[in-house]
Design a protein around this ligand. Structure first.
Ligand code: SAH
Length: 345
């Protein structure tokens, strides 16, 4: 059985051609399964009976099951989803005033080994399939339907490293962006990487107007080596070179994410180093209030340090914002719900 939600349009077209169908069947199917949200093949009234039978025989339309659901007072929804093989992943929805942003998981577990992150508590088991990436958005859309809403923004910032699952993440983005599928604008889609430089360079040539975020979190190699193991493989000069390459080739600016960790990376000296490091790029900096994790010693920076850090960056010409927080009353920190659940099993 092929899960229809796993096929990017050119692959679905190939699939149709190989079955002696016309190429346009692919967009026709997209209109049914995404545009009209058809969940079974019998509803597809403009497709011949015999081809419907063939579709029913060879394809399925299945999405992950909701295993656990937490809803915050502010409207944030956090789901623990169960995949067909029993693995569980987290997906979150953040209701911004401009729309509903979903935070999508790209792998079961993560091997990047960032010392502050709860997702890395569970090692990578496998990459998510395209239909499991798409499925996260469809599950959320089904929940939002009751409120007459839908997912309008996507951030690939859940568990996992998207560029360690490059091809599937790319197919996912193309499906989300396709006008006959969910038609989510490229500028409403953000991919976040811890700095896999081959991925950044390749992504520059995908012809997408999506946003790219780089998890920086430290302005020098000594500190970044300590908190992000990946820096030992891809040190800051390589990351910065890849960022400059991306800016030039894709003609898009990146966002640097910088978690504010109390007493670790949040001094004015760090801010000064950060300004030096990113000088000459067009990048934005997004300061992230740290979500404390039970198993970890890191603490979030005070509002005052965050404010001073931001003021320093702004004064030196760096566009800076502080990330809005959601779901404070639920396990909103990345990977926390899943890590807790796994402990009880
Ligand atoms: N692997 C990718 C995407 C997943 S992590 C990456 O590293 O970018 C998404 C973002 O959440 C990263 O910036 C990550 O550093 C950040 N993050 C991880 N744990 C966090 C926590 N406890 N509080 C706040 N942000 C966190």
């Amino acid at each position: 059985m092929i899960n229809l939600y796993g096929l990017e349009i050119t692959k679905l077209e190939q699939e149709m051609l190989s079955r002696n169908q016309k190429k346009f069947r692919a967009t026709q199917l997209y209109s049914w399964i995404y545009g009209k949200n058809a969940q079974n093949f019998d509803d597809m009234s403009d497709i011949s009976k015999s081809f419907i039978e063939e579709l029913k025989r060879d394809f399925c339309l299945s999405i992950p099951k909701i295993y656990r659901k937490q809803e915050s007072k502010d409207g944030t929804i956090k789901l623990l989803l169960e995949l067909e093989d029993g693995n569980k992943i987290e997906t979150a929805l953040m209701p911004y005033n401009y729309g509903n942003a979903i935070c999508v998981t790209s792998q079961v577990g993560c091997n990047m080994g960032c010392s502050f992150c709860a997702s890395g508590l569970l090692k990578k088991k496998r990459n998510l399939e395209v239909h499991e990436l798409v499925g996260q958005v469809l599950v959320m859309n089904n929940l939002l339907k009751e409120k007459n809403q839908r997912v309008s923004h996507i951030v690939v910032m859940g568990t996992g490293e998207p560029f360690d699952n490059y091809d599937n993440v790319l197919d996912f983005i193309r499906i989300m962006n396709h006008p006959k599928a969910l038609a989510i604008g490229a500028r409403h889609i953000t991919v976040s990487t811890c700095g896999l430089i081959e991925g950044i360079k390749k992504y520059a040539h995908e012809g997408l107007q999506t946003n790219l975020a780089i998890s920086l979190h430290a302005p020098n190699d000594e500190l970044r080596n300590k908190i992000m193991r990946i820096n030992k493989f891809y040190p800051l000069d390589k990351v910065m070179e890849a960022v400059r390459y991306y800016e030039k080739e894709a003609n898009r600016r990146v966002t640097f994410e910088y978690i504010m960790l109390k007493g670790v990376n949040d001094s004015i000296e760090h801010a000064k180093q950060l300004v030096e490091l990113i000088r000459g790029t067009l990048a934005y900096v997004n300061l992230i209030p740290y979500n404390e994790v039970d198993e970890m010693e890191y603490k979030r920076s005070s509002d005052e340090s965050t404010h001073n850090f931001m003021s320093y960056l702004l004064k030196h010409g760096v566009n800076t914002t502080v990330r809005k927080e959601f779901g404070k009353d639920i396990d909103a920190a990345c990977g926390q719900l899943r890590a807790k659940e796994q402990k009880h099993e």
